[in-house]
Design a protein around this ligand. Sequence first.
Ligand code: SIN
Length: 525
Amino acid sequence: MIKSNYLIIGTGIAGLSLALKASANGSVALVTKRRIFDSSTGKAQGGICCVMDKSDSFESHVQDTLVSGAGLCDSKMVEKMVLEAPNRIKELINLGVKFTRKTNFSSEFDLGLEGGHTKRRILHANDMTGKEIEEVLIKNVKKNSNITVYEECMAIDLILDDNNVCRGAYVFNNKTKSLVIFEATIIVMATGGAGKVYLYTSNPDIATGDGIAMAYRAGANIANMEFVQFHPTCLYNVDAKSFLISEAVRGEGAILKLKNGQQFMEKYDTKKELASRDIVVRAIDTEMKKNGDDCVYLDIRARGRDFIVSRFPNIYSKCLDYGIDIVNNMIPVVPSAHFFCGGIAIDENGRTSVKNLYAIGEAACSGIHGANRLASNSLLEGVVYADRAYKDSLQFTNQKLSSFKLKFLKNVEKNNQSNHPEFMEKWNEIRNLTWNYVGIVRSNRKLLEAREKVKILKKEINDYYDNVLLNVDIIELRNIVCVAEMIIRSALLRKESRGLHFNTDYPFMLSKAKNTIINVISKGE
Ligand code: SIN
């Protein structure tokens, strides 16, 4: 058993930031299922929003967020986040994060533009913002003697005492193939999203919604899981696994085109390429289906070699690796699952409905993103809620908790059992199912069919889980089927189309916006 003041699960921007702050108040166990740098944060290209320019205003950032969120954002939470942004950005800079400046010697930052923003307000480190932030946070975490990092340690389930207070987590150590009990006063889910539930995703392999599934099984309220954001422009290439072409490329003037070079966004929105993501994604989906094409194209050629190579060095060189010189050629792109606006329901301090359990970052649903997240608000949400959760936790770290009995989990033996290949096919079944039945455009018939299919899959997977020795694949499989079920349940509960959720049977938006809240015992769909 490992005891600490804080148990933080996940090492993206939210988990790392909180670990650094919490370390001033006690010991921190920072648990991650792969290596410390395996997170979605490291893949974030675009940047992090903050009002910096004289021509911009907090009101305008709030307004853009609310418009993008299609009436479902919690406006108070949005306002607070936008106002707290400058302090959180200062902290990142003080830790050592280097955002791109206008020129090498300039004191002014080069602010980017992305879809849904009416002003330039995106701080970036060229097109590798997440990597820059992640590297700096990890460097600071590694120097900190109050933080112990446990890599290759995959949380399986939360531990609740008889009063349903969260007391820790059962964790599978993949190096020793053994079960470890982590006990703590404050437990935080910073496990990120679940893009891998879908067939095509911009997310890394680790994004299997583990924290959301664990919290659901522990009885936490889960909100708005139907709002899965598809990124409009993932590179379409058989060899490229989930490589994003940042929205910043459209922000800098790239145009979406069909293979014959024809533009199409003006038919869908006056903001054209810079319309919000839900609109751009549905436009691409419609054009691909109408023309029977496998992809559309993004054309940045007009900006010329010097600009393209200096502003987007990573995208330029990655595309070149796949044989596409973006200086001279259009980039083939398709939409792919990118970000979960829903997740574990939290209050303004990151508290979930389970006592002692916090959730921050993409794993949480804070009310900031509503029905469609504004680009580059997610890294910001990560640092803002890490700060809030830290401040809130200060009142609880000295609480006296009664002793409690651990429940039997399941057999774990020191053996590297691999899964039955037929069983691992279930991965593909789930990912195909979500893509085809609960993807960009939905209908009641498809959702009801998906519900029946996922019920069968869940039973098969849970039976299998009960009968095999623990391993990472089966833990992830059990989580993705749980997340798929939550998405379908939530999508069926929403009798309208709003933001990212589009149902052809209810093509209109209701006048009153309501969150979808589900939990493991609630009835309905
Ligand atoms: C991108 O660079 O396009 C991703 C930014 C985001 O998802 O906020």
